[in-house]
Design a protein around this ligand. Sequence first.
Ligand code: ADP
Length: 277
Amino acid sequence: MLEVTGLNHRYGSGEATHIAVRDLSFSVAAGELACIVGPSGCGKSTLLRCIAGLIPPSAGSVQLHGDPVNGVPEDLAVVFQDYSRSLFPWLSVARNVEFPLRWRRISKQERAQRAQEALDAVGLSEVGKKFPWQLSGGMQQRVSIARALASRPALLLMDEPFASVDAQTRFELEDLLRRVQREQNSTILLVTHDIDESVYLGDRVLVLSSSPATIVADLPVDLPAERHQIATRESARFVALRGEVARLLQSTPTSPQSDVDTDGPAERADSAKETAH
Ligand code: ADP
């Protein structure tokens, strides 16, 4: 479904050049939920923005079902961390969910039906007429997910989608995402800095180095498909996998960076420890 080949991205030029992504290649198969985990600032959002066609990479290519991505593909949806800025406060929840469908050749009636189905899928059947600001943060993020699902994307990109909600809501949203992904056989690429979340959610975890981002491991998550927030997280296999990811993150060498990467080994170890929590 997705093929990323030799992707590089640098910001600025000359002495101010910052290499955010370096020579990164991977693919995601249809129906897979792949998580990308890496320390804050390593280049995860830059990578997602390149995949989404929001910024052109400095080098390398992105292909979505064989077609090169030059600009945002029609059958791609993105869910960002900041739900409060991605929903229109003056539109009802249902209208927000329908919004991206306005530019498709879809009748008004079908738009409304798809919006309702997407809201049903995320457990918000009853709130279509409300406004986003009348809902809790977790519900608003569900609306963002519903909006992404309503367009029936070939690929759903998620950039730290649960980082702004409380821990309990985060668990609920993680389970919701896995359920919806399996029901709809969606292809999802989700980035997070949370090791436990990457293992709990993923069929696969791609571990990124610190800046500039490059892939240091591609781990299949061999946990049962049916996951449970307490039992799965207590299982020996989950604990072993999260340990493996944490070790990989702590041991990633920092590639030479032309400018800002002045962290010494101690600071890097600290930031990897933070990530591990
Ligand atoms: P992450 O999502 O992993 O936190 P980002 O992709 O946001 O990381 O950023 C990676 C690096 O690129 C950071 O050092 C950040 O400061 C830098 N960066 C991000 N966006 C820009 C930009 N528009 N201009 C210059 N540097 C940027």
